[in-house]
Ligand binder design. Structure first.
Ligand code: AKG
Length: 318
């Protein structure tokens, strides 16, 4: 992370890393997304409806037999999705922004297009500036923080948003209030996703494109770029321009310091083949100690217990 990037991240709360992915990676990831998207198309009320989100960002069960401990993740799609855990174009930023031994907390994919154009729901925000409807605002456990002291960055959660398609001006997509990660005053009513503002024609909470104040930055990116932002910066997704024939496809990998957890679910590195030692460490559940011999030993035992539980369940169902 060079001096200019450090300055801009501290100033605005986000950065665009150009060419974070090679064209080959974009192609490989997109091919898998194409297959997956087609396989999870479903019919609802006689109308073909796509499900636009997948990943491990979960606070509910999709099925009764879902595992409580480790939820389905983009990593289950293998190959290039596993590679993204730890790539050389992004790792130096994470180390600078989170310190060594950061962990991957959760992942998800977001597809925006004509059929999935939702109002802007601004959320996040440090210093208790999130707003009353914001789950990660004043009512959070303090994990939505940003600080810079003694020459070091401190962040409660860093999002890396890999764009698989180009997002041009006017399309919609990632937006944020630059500098809001350091603001001391709550966001104004005009930004809140509830009436009298944020009563968009869709009936969903959030701001319609016409209601979005000018001080919200709408960030553009080319296919293969990554937008890195701190969750402490007020952010959200600008409604997709329904005139646009393009589709936004974004893969989010969200990282924390090793002692912090956001998702109620953890990764179980046993589920993925051929991981490097570094990838295994990044998938460790949270602890104050980070990955080391003792915590690894405890987690290995937990993994063995999970295997045993699955064996006993399978036997019971025979
Ligand atoms: O890039 C976007 O559309 C914003 C995503 C977002 O709000 C989030 O991941 O918390």
């Amino acid at each position: 992370m060079n001096e200019e990037e450090k300055y801009l991240f501290d100033l605005r709360g986000y950065l665009v890393v150009e060419n974070a992915l090679t064209p080959e990676q974009v192609k490989d990831l997109s091919k898998i997304v194409d297959e997956k998207v087609n396989s999870f198309e479903s019919h609802k009320g006689g109308r073909k409806k796509r499900n636009h989100q997948r990943g491990s960002d979960r606070t509910w069960f999709a099925n009764d037999d879902d595992m409580a401990w480790s939820s389905p993740a983009l990593l289950d799609w293998g190959g290039p999705f596993i590679d993204l855990i730890d790539i050389p174009t992004i790792a130096p930023y994470l180390e600078e922004l989170l310190g060594v031994n950061y962990r991957l907390d959760h992942d998800y994919m977001l597809i925006s297009n004509k059929e999935s154009s939702h109002p802007l729901f601004l959320h996040g925000g440090g210093q208790g500036a999130g707003g009353a409807l914001d789950l990660v605002g004043p009512t959070d456990g303090g994990q939505c923080y940003y600080r810079y002291s003694n020459g070091r960055f401190f962040n409660g959660l860093i999002a890396v948003a890999f764009e698989l398609n180009t997002v041009s001006p006017g399309d919609g997509g990632f937006a944020c209030i630059p500098g809001s990660h350091k603001s001391n005053v709550e966001v104004p009513e005009t930004c809140k996703p509830r009436p009298p503002f944020g009563k968009s024609e869709t009936g969903l909470p959030g701001l319609a494109a016409s209601e979005i104040p000018d001080f919200v930055d709408r960030v553009t990116a080319s296919a293969g770029d990554a937008i890195i932002f701190t969750e402490a910066c007020q952010h959200g997704t600008v409604p997709w321009n329904t005139e646009s024939d393009r589709e936004r496809r974004t893969l989010f990998y969200k990282y924390c310091p090793h002692a912090v957890a956001w998702s109620p679910c953890y990764y179980n590195s046993d589920h993925y083949k051929g991981l490097t030692e570094n990838q295994i460490n990044i998938l460790m559940p949270p602890s104050a100690f980070g990955p080391n011999e003792r915590t690894s030993m405890i987690w290995k035992k937990a993994q063995a217990e999970q295997v045993e539980l699955m064996r006993l369940r399978a036997k019971e169902n025979e």
